[in-house]
Design a protein around this ligand. Structure first.
Ligand SMILES: [Zn+2]
Ligand SMILES: [Zn+2]
Length: 282
């Protein structure tokens, strides 16, 4: 049995809560909750898994207002269509992703364009920002609360773009992939073509690239960072963490956490430095 531990007075009005339900090549999903809206960013586990993970933090699928899909790869979209239908939640993706998922625009999905702000309620809006990823029209998401405070969710990209960096500046929370350690990838068992694809422009971010991005956009109000989508074969939490800390230690005073495949593990609130554990209390 699990328990969410809420700190007293941590949730001022207009707060935005970010809970990682799990992240990695076997599935990704993040729950965003404001006072007025609850949405999932990606739905890459089976429907049963998603519902079970939500139940551990006392959220029912029926409470979810929207499901945003970053791109069509199964680890991000697996049960998105089924979940949105079952829960009566609106499905959101860009047109290319909708086509690749075989769903009908307008009838089954609300399609968005790059950089089109979607206002879900007075205290939550979402901005999709295109990022390079092989064979997929992938987007990162910038979530804003009603006070103009922002959180970023960035996975599955080979390199950052100027546009993305612009939107990451000033975010108070950043969830970003730290997919592989370059040394482990290159000395590992993958065939050369796959190594090139992963480390190429349309692949994933290495620990070093992620550290460089965070170093560039780090600012005094950046209160929490979550490293996610770590490769189980080509990375390890201590490698990702040490690479990032080496770059940002002197300028970052917030909480650095790592989201792995099995969640939910913790929640963050915009503007709050400490993560709150979603602890196993058996
Ligand atoms: Zn992925
Ligand atoms: Zn992908």
């Amino acid at each position: 049995m699990f328990q969410v531990v809420y700190p007293f007075g941590s949730t001022d009005c207009m707060s935005l809560e970010i809970t990682h339900l799990g992240s990695g090549s076997r599935g990704n999903s993040i729950l965003l909750q404001s006072d007025e809206s609850k949405i999932l960013i990606d739905c890459g586990f089976s429907l049963r898994q998603i519902e079970s993970r939500l139940a551990k933090i006392n959220v029912s699928g029926d409470e979810i207002d929207g499901v945003f899909v970053s791109h069509h790869h199964g680890d991000h979209s697996k049960s998105a269509v089924r979940a949105s239908k079952k829960w009566g939640a609106r499905l959101y993706s860009n047109l290319e992703t909708a086509i690749k998922l075989g769903i009908r625009p307008i009838e089954e999905v609300r399609t968005f364009s790059d950089l089109e702000r979607i206002q879900l309620s007075s205290d939550l809006s979402i901005l999709p920002v295109p990022v390079p990823h092989d064979d997929a029209e992938n987007v990162a998401f910038i979530a804003s609360n009603g006070d103009g405070r922002r959180a970023a969710i960035v996975t599955d990209l080979g390199e950052p773009t100027v546009e993305l960096m612009k939107h990451l500046h000033g975010c108070e929370h950043i969830s970003i992939e730290s997919n592989y350690d370059l040394g482990r990838l290159m000395s590992g068992p993958y065939p050369p073509a796959l190594k090139r694809r992963i480390s190429g422009r349309g692949g994933h971010l290495s620990n070093e690239q992620t550290a460089d991005i965070l170093s560039e956009i780090c600012h005094p109000n950046l209160s929490s960072i979550v490293l996610c989508h770590l490769s189980e074969k080509n990375n390890a939490p201590h490698l990702a963490e040490s690479e990032v800390l080496m770059e940002i230690e002197e300028k970052f005073n917030g909480d650095l956490s790592i989201s792995l495949q099995d969640g939910p593990e913790f929640s963050h609130w915009l503007g709050q430095e400490d993560s709150i554990s979603v602890r196993n209390i058996v």
